[in-house]
Design a protein around this ligand. Structure first.
Ligand code: PEP
Ligand code: MG
Length: 325
């Protein structure tokens, strides 16, 4: 089966009725571009930069960050590379005394909140990202947005970083795209405003599920309740897709849902055209897409979205996936 999958490595991911889906790779360290390319990914949809900051006592400086981002941008030349700014806190802690131990880290000073509270960290990362944008198709992705105020402050800091590079006459992509993660229910419910204010959206289903269902994604005791098919989760994803469509902005899923072949048909049927996942899932997800008809999937998705009982959704998903899985 693995050999069979290898045959579709360079095949474009497209449904039988001609709807193209971009399958991108999630990476955590620059060396991951090797597996990303080997998987046939058409870009990096999520580069989690926090791994550059973890398990060390000192923060990486601008040059070290620049070299890491540039490496990925150059290695993926011709393809987009979406680099997420530092998403520290909760399940990903820094080894530094700068982070105060929070009573509830998942609801604490993490990700964009942390970076806005420590603007020098944001400034350094923005400068490194902007400098790397000269060497490839770099896009910037902001994690854990919940308010428009955060977005405005972020844009201000990004502009400040651009201005500092202009003054030093250091080259960067003046048209670099800025996207936001939709992974807090408030952002999904308010997705219209984020779609309007950003160049693209990316749905972080790992956190979106955690926050919507009040289930710690790392707690085994409640793992059986962590379900991406919960109707509330699906409706938040739908809201986000609709907002993106309304403002004609690209939207992707970069949480684990994107790499789950049981969910490929549903996501495509809901209108998702970009999925970013661990490279090891790309070929099997592509295989699902190659066997599907979008006009069938969209009808099935509509039916699923009309249901409010998870116990009715699950068997229907099984039925729709049919013999293919
Ligand atoms: C997510 O929350 O779905 C996501 C992609 O980000 P992370 O898993 O790094 O929190
Ligand atoms: Mg997340």
């Amino acid at each position: 089966a693995k050999q069979k999958l290898q045959r579709i490595k360079t095949t474009k991911a497209m449904t039988v009725d001609g709807v193209a889906i971009d399958l991108l790779a999630n990476i955590e360290v620059p060396e991951d571009v090797i597996s990303a390319k080997a998987s046939g990914a058409v870009g990096v949809g999520l580069y989690r930069t926090e791994f550059l900051f973890m398990n060390r006592t000192e923060m990486p400086d601008e040059q070290e960050q620049f070299e890491a981002y540039k490496h990925v941008a150059e290695a993926m030349k011709g393809y987009p590379v979406t680099i997420r700014t530092l998403d520290i806190g909760a399940d990903k802690q820094l080894n530094s005394d700068e982070v105060v131990t929070a009573t509830n880290p998942a609801l604490g000073l993490r990700a964009v909140r942390y970076c806005l509270a420590e603007p020098h960290i944001f400034h350094t990362q923005f400068r490194a990202l902007l400098r790397a944008s000269h060497y490839g198709q770099v896009k910037i992705l902001i994690p854990m947005l919940s308010t428009l105020a955060e977005l405005r402050q972020t844009k201000l800091l990004l502009e400040r970083a651009k201005e500092s590079l202009r003054q030093q006459q250091l080259p960067f992509d003046e048209h670099i795209q800025l996207g936001g993660m939709i992974e807090i229910p408030a952002a999904a419910i308010n997705a219209d405003a984020f779609a309007q204010g950003l160049d693209f959206l990316s749905i972080g289903t790992n956190d979106l599920i955690q926050y919507t269902l009040a289930i710690d994604r790392a707690d085994d005791a409640v793992a059986h309740l962590y379900n991406p098919l919960h109707p509330a989760v699906l409706r938040l994803i739908q809201l986000t897709i609709q907002a993106a469509e309304k403002y004609q902005k690209p939207v992707s899923v970069c949480g684990e849902m994107a790499g789950d072949i049981k969910l490929t048909r549903l996501l495509v049927g809901m209108g998702m055209r970009q999925l970013s996942m661990h490279p090891s899932h790309i070929l099997s997800v592509k295989s699902q897409i190659l066997q599907s008809e979008e006009n069938v999937l969209s009808k099935q998705a509509k039916k699923i979205l009309s249901l409010s009982d998870l116990d009715k959704i699950e068997p229907l998903i099984k039925k729709y996936n049919g013999e293919m899985l």
